[in-house]
Write a protein that binds this ligand. Structure first.
Ligand code: NAD
Ligand code: TYD
Length: 337
């Protein structure tokens, strides 16, 4: 049985990936997460007692801690999901993005090199490619051209991964996925903001004209793809992940209002994001043909299920609204000591 160091596992994608791995594989997982504002251990409450899962609170920038974890738990591979992930926050303040996304990735790469780990997966993003015109899609050969401090920090990390493969033979792979949606997404990102505001009949903030296009994928399909790349991807390769669900933001907001039976009068146009990328679209033919991956969730079904999930998890939403989620670690992991 192998042991994986999975970083950022208290976040949206990381927590879904942990649940997916516990369900479908026999790996042991050490979840290293700093519990920033985006980290919520309540996302893992249903699996927190699983003997194959260990939680360590700490930062991927802490080289000594990473070193100790790898030795103590005999870690043989890393999946790096930890990141500062919200574009708007990177516009307000870029330094934490460089710290975690660039320096943190470097710390993990150095550790992978030092300990001779068998595998390293960097969870990157399609945003490193920049913005598309009205036609075409990002392939793995599209030049990197990041436009936001967030995507610039992720692109920098990708280049470090490439260099550690080339120079130090670290057996790393990179995934670049499009916009994820699904359960446990922190309500600062588009979909949960729209769903929660619609549920409470508050205005839905649409940036600019709302005609920006994102290519949506259900987080479960992303998780399956990541594991496939981790286990079967070729060292040094980049794999795009996407499910061919391009939608203008306004269209998605309208779908949510319809699903919840709310009026379109809630749509509220607000000042556009500076440097807003107009369109993302993913060509995922490489992972499809080379590794046989296929998405399983249609956008219409997945969106309905996601709206239903937020409706059914009002306590989870309320704990984020009040900030109570940030005490979950002290209440449930430290037994008061
Ligand atoms: P998220 O913001 O929900 O979660 C990030 C997690 O990382 C949080 O639990 C946070 O506490 C943790 N973290 C932050 N800084 C840390 C540090 N220094 N050390 C340890 N942990 C730290 O993000 P997400 O949406 O789950 O994204 C996960 C990864 O996937 C990121 O690398 C992101 O760039 C990438 N990605 C996200 C999307 C998307 O649509 N959400 C799409 C493609 C790629
Ligand atoms: P977001 O979820 O921040 O992801 P991305 O990393 O792709 O920017 O935003 C998705 C899209 O939705 C993006 O075009 C910006 C837009 N948006 C809004 O119109 N209103 C909002 O409140 C948010 C958070 C995003």
């Amino acid at each position: 049985m192998s042991t994986l160091l999975l970083t950022g596992g208290a976040g949206f994608i990381g927590s879904n990936l942990i649940r997916f791995l516990l369900r479908t594989t026999d790996v042991r997982i050490v979840n290293l997460d700093a519990l920033t504002y985006a980290g919520n251990l309540e996302n893992l409450s249903d699996v927190e007692h699983d003997p194959r899962l260990t939680f360590v609170k700490g930062s991927i920038t802490d080289a000594d801690l990473v070193d100790r974890i790898i030795t103590t738990y005999s870690v043989d591979g890393i999946i790096n999901c930890a990141a500062e992930s919200h574009v708007d926050r990177s516009i307000a303040s870029a330094a934490p993005f460089v710290d975690t996304n660039v320096t943190g990735t470097l710390v993990l790469l150095e550790a992978a090199k030092k300990h001779g780990l068998q595998r390293f997966l960097q969870m990157s993003t399609d945003e490193v490619y920049g913005s598309l015109g009205p036609v075409g899609a990002f392939s793995e050969d599209t030049p990197i051209a990041p436009n936001s401090p967030y995507s610039a920090s992720k692109a920098s990390a990708d280049l470090l991964v490439r260099a550690f493969v080339h120079t130090h033979n670290v057996p790393a792979v990179i995934t670049r996925c499009s916009n994820n949606y699904g359960p446990y997404q922190f309500p600062e990102k588009f979909l949960p903001v729209m769903i929660l505001n619609a549920m409470e009949e508050r205005p839905l903030p649409i940036y600019g004209n709302g005609l920006q296009v994102r290519d949506w994928i259900h987080v479960d399909d992303h998780c399956a793809a990541v594991w496939l790349v981790y286990t079967k991807g070729r060292v040094g390769e980049v794999y795009n992940i996407g499910a061919e669900n391009e939608r203008p933001n306004l269209h998605v907001a309208r779908e949510i209002l319809r699903e919840l039976g709310k009026t379109e009068a809630l749509l509220t146009y607000v000042t556009d994001r500076p440097g807003h990328d107009v369109r993302y679209a993913i060509n995922a033919s490489k992972i499809r043909t080379e590794l046989g991956w296929r998405p399983t969730r249609s956008f219409d079904e997945g969106l309905r299920a996601t709206v239903a999930w937020y409706r059914a998890h009002q306590a989870w939403c309320e704990n984020i609204r009040t900030g109570a989620y940030q005490d979950y670690y002290e209440r449930n992991y430290t037994s008061g000591t």
